[in-house]
Design a protein around this ligand. Sequence first.
Ligand code: HEC
Length: 196
Amino acid sequence: MSDAPKPPSPKWVSRLITASVIAFGAAFTMFAYWVTRPQPPQAEPARPDASGPEADRADAPRSDSPAVSAIFARKPDPSLVALGKTAYDRQCASCHGTNLEGQPNWQRRLPNGRMPAPPHDDSGHTWHHPERILFGMVKHGVVPPYAPPGYQSDMPAFQSVLSDDEIRAVLAYIKSRWSPKVMAWRAEALKNLEER
Ligand code: HEC
């Protein structure tokens, strides 16, 4: 008789309910505070053409030009990409690799003090740069304002070889080879720039 299970005393039941109500209330208050917490003010987007060395290039493409919009679009125009691949295979693949893989040991300086050609795929750093800078480097070479004065580089200038549209097409081809992950990183890294 004495070993029959005792029903929980009403006092304990009410203590348990009170404790649960308090715990739930505290959790809800914290959640509500988190949801409504004050947000930092949105930073003004940086204006790359108002300052910085790349501001100097009057011929850098503008984001409002149709060709550049095509590059910025997530899926570039397939005919632009095809044109870019042809130009890439002809003009760039000898150094940057037929599969955009770059030269071997591309991160190690050559005996002559210059840098090898880096890959243009996900493993390189091409995708770190905004479109205008890439355009400028292909057109003018790795010279000021894209490099310090007197910088010695094996990257040729293509302004007498490729038209501006062909350069944009080559960039569209390179961009078409970046993975969605890199595209997302790039969008995040460059989000304060007017142009990517
Ligand atoms: C003769 C070899 C050679 C050819 C051909 C060549 N490049 Fe390069 N490129 C280089 C080298 C070397 C570098 C590294 C420059 C440095 O850091 O000094 C480079 C760098 C670059 C960069 C800068 C990458 C970065 O992240 O800094 C871009 C963009 C580029 N090349 C695009 C092209 C494109 C597009 C073509 C074809 C139209 C091309 N290159 C053809 C050798 C070449």
